[in-house]
Design a protein around this ligand. Structure first.
Ligand SMILES: Cc1cc2nc3c(=O)[nH]c(=O)nc-3n(C[C@H](O)[C@H](O)[C@H](O)COP(=O)(O)OP(=O)(O)OC[C@H]3O[C@@H](n4cnc5c(N)ncnc54)[C@H](O)[C@@H]3O)c2cc1C
Length: 463
């Protein structure tokens, strides 16, 4: 239980200036970026500055049987850092040092609270890049994105967070400190702990240090935008590009509702009468190979009845990407709340999924704008709703059930990058089956026998 004795012990560990107890402050930490989920106001929020404090917090929480909710920047879209009980929110806002950049080993060692964009600004001075780039990279932390295994706009060519984590320091739910991995390119010692802890959504351990893999920044880039009167043509362009063995760094799609909303919001000069647009960027170290890839893309766009525009200057390229990054903020201003899903299907099922989403929108009389990482088959159907409209909320829940149903029937997955958290917990069994859920429970119980770390997320403890 969190009482005055517990709070004073927290102040002893962290210093009074790193402990929040005022209700107005606590309410802030009961939210992330996910609307319409259960939440509880935490009993206390603490800001560690080192691993030892995290360890002491775990010992204290275990003794008092109080749950701990780890938190980065709170941009999660599945309810990951949101407290479900009067527990402790442990925020990594102040554990935000870049410990080392090692250009010879192509690594950066960071504390979990480092903002992803800050890491990239720092390594860019060495001509290096940390590729995972969620749309939230200007605010999201490396720790939060490791715990979510976040993707981003460069996923098709460069992969996602798990591909760039070489080692970690973790405080386990028992309070033990566990370090694995390092700067070696190869390491097959023991179980593959990266696969276990990356994407564990704060349920198996608290990440206190991360060794990230870096790559040389590609020297050349070419960006283009393509417009299509038919969704089918846009979808075929995506598969044709990959079939031609061109792997763009970025291959993004927006449907008509999203294009119209972005244009209305950002006045980016997008045509509002087309069914879909693709944003494509090819990059690499060789000018000729980048040109070859761009020419191939243009040929394929033309063959699929698309119109296109190439960004000739950096400014033009930036405005193309600004239009893409405006998708969510633009949709979000239409109604009081947005439900952003990330159902993902094999690339060849992209159009079938888009058409199904349109049918679901019509069936339930909902406004759904869809955009996303077309090259990854990772779509973000964004449902615009008014949470006070009871009838609309009922239709919303039915529509979301159906979206996941359809995605799974196409051989897809519940989440390409936003995680399960609380938001998708009830669907987990539909994808991984009873034995999958049982396996997850066993892993959780083995590592966190008292169930104190982010309980109620990712692992359904009851049927
Ligand atoms: C506008 C917008 C765009 C987005 N675009 C993308 C996108 O393109 N791709 C994508 O994948 N996601 C995207 N997201 C989702 C979100 O930004 C990512 O999941 C992000 O990486 C979360 O980072 P965070 O620091 O905000 O973590 P939080 O939201 O604070 O936490 C996320 C999870 O990590 C856990 N956690 C945090 N720190 C630690 C730690 N030190 N140790 C253990 N567990 C920890 C939390 O308990 C929680 O379960 C977007 C969100 C928004 C609002």
């Amino acid at each position: 239980m969190i009482d005055s004795n517990f709070i004073s012990k927290c102040k002893n560990i962290f210093g009074a200036e790193n402990v929040l107890t005022e209700k107005a402050d606590l309410i802030t930490y009961s939210y992330d970026a996910t609307p319409g989920i259960p939440r509880e106001i935490p009993g206390v929020v603490v800001f560690p500055e080192n691993t030892k404090q995290v360890q002491e917090m775990i010992f204290l929480a275990r003794q008092a049987k109080v749950p701990i909710y780890p938190r980065g920047a709170g941009t999660c879209l599945s309810g990951g850092p949101v407290p479900l009980n009067k527990g402790v929110v442990i925020s990594f806002q102040k554990m935000n040092k870049i410990i080392e950049i090692d250009p010879d080993n192509l690594t950066a060692t960071v504390q979990p609270g480092v903002i992803i964009a800050d890491l990239n600004n720092a390594v860019s001075k060495y001509g290096l890049l940390y590729p995972p780039d969620p749309g939230s990279m200007a605010t999201a932390t490396v720790g939060g994105s490791v715990a979510e295994n976040s993707g981003g706009l460069r996923g098709l060519k460069y992969g996602v967070t798990k591909h760039y984590i070489m080692g970690m320091e973790i405080v386990l739910p028992t309070g033990e400190i566990f370090r694995y991995g390092g700067k070696t390119v190869k390491n097959v010692t023991a179980y593959d702990f990266t696969s276990l802890f990356v994407g564990s959504e704060g349920t198996l351990g608290i990440i206190t240090e991360i060794i990230c893999k870096l790559i040389p920044t590609p020297k050349y880039r070419k960006s283009m935008i393509a417009f299509f009167d038919k969704l089918e043509d846009a979808g075929k362009t995506v598969t044709d590009i990959v079939r031609a063995h061109v792997i763009p760094a970025t291959l993004e799609i927006m449907d008509k509702v999203t294009i119209q909303t972005v244009e209305n919001y950002a006045k980016a000069g997008l045509p509002t009468d087309v069914e879909a647009l693709l944003l494509i960027e090819v990059d690499g170290m060789g000018k000729d190979s980048v040109e070859w890839e761009a020419e191939n893309c243009i040929e394929i766009i033309k063959n699929n009845n698309g119109k296109f525009k190439i960004a000739e200057t950096d400014q033009e390229r930036d405005s193309l990407w600004a239009a893409r990054r405006a998708a969510l903020p633009a949709l979000a201003q239409v109604k009081p709340a947005t439900i952003l899903e990330d159902a993902t299907v094999p690339r060849t099922k992209l159009v079938d999924m888009l058409v199904s989403i349109q049918k679901i929108a019509k069936k339930y009389n909902l406004l759904i704008g869809t955009f996303g990482h077309a090259g990854d088959g990772n779509l973000h159907p964004t449902i615009l709703i008014d949470p006070l409209d009871k009838d609309e909320m009922e239709r919303l829940h039915k529509a979301v059930d159906e979206i996941f149903d359809v995605a799974l029937s196409f051989g897809g997955t519940l989440s390409g990058e936003h995680g399960i958290g609380i938001a998708k917990l009830k669907y987990l069994k539909d994808e991984i089956g009873r034995s999958g859920v049982e396996t997850m429970r066993r892993i959780k119980q083995a590592l966190d026998p008292d169930n104190i770390l982010n309980p109620g997320k990712l692992v359904p403890m009851e049927d």
